[in-house]
Ligand binder design. Structure first.
Ligand code: HEC
Length: 174
């Protein structure tokens, strides 16, 4: 009995000393030193920095916008037209209608407009100069011999012709 009491008292004493030890002022100082004290203060400085940035950006953009519209307005226009042929395969955004069809028929699982995935990039297919009808045929009955080094595409006879016409017209525009 006495032994049991002793051990339970000892456990309580140890627990209490650990608790006291952990919540000591010294530890709090160490914690603050490590993590920085006063999260409130840091929040406030961050906020004032943010507010200062917010105040600055409209001021900057309005001062920048004025000379841009006055003098440099034609410059970006010529820049972008010059950049388009330079970066040869200009990556145009896929029209929403086409991208919906590509998603619907899971073409994008194997094709990307400009990059090789499992199948060739549509920009590469475009170089083959197929007619729209030919592309419809090829989606319904692919000819893997057209693409050596690629796995054969599964025939997708279930895809409606009208949908492929939209996709094919877009492919040929790349
Ligand atoms: C499971 C992967 C996969 C899916 C899904 C897929 N393709 Fe393909 N596709 C390929 C591969 C691989 C090739 C190249 C080999 C071949 O033509 O069989 C290819 C080739 C093509 C070609 C070129 C055909 C040729 O002979 O030059 C066209 C066009 C094409 N795919 C369109 C589509 C369209 C449109 C869809 C969606 C309706 C689609 N693909 C879905 C893998 C896929």
């Amino acid at each position: 009995m006495a032994l049991k009491k002793c051990t339970s008292l000892a456990i309580i004493a140890i627990a209490a000393s650990i608790w006291i030890g952990c919540s000591s002022k010294e530890d709090k100082a160490k914690y603050d030193n490590f993590y920085g004290s006063g999260s409130k203060a840091r929040e406030e400085t961050a906020l004032t920095v943010l507010q200062a940035e917010k105040r600055n950006t409209p001021v900057q953009s309005s001062t920048e916008a004025k000379p841009a519209t006055d003098t440099a307005a034609p410059a970006p226009a010529t820049d972008s037209t010059a950049a388009a042929p330079a970066a040869k395969p200009a990556r145009k955004a896929v029209p929403a209608e086409v991208s919906a069809l590509l998603n619907k028929h899971a073409c994008l699982a194997c094709h990307n407009p400009y990059d090789k995935v499992i199948g060739p990039a549509y920009a590469e297919v475009s170089k083959k100069k197929y007619s729209v009808d030919q592309i419809v045929e090829l989606v319904h009955a692919p000819k893997p011999e057209h693409w050596p080094g690629y796995p054969p595409m599964a025939p997708m006879a279930h895809v409606p012709k009208a949908d492929i016409v939209v996709i094919a017209t877009w492919i040929n525009s790349l």
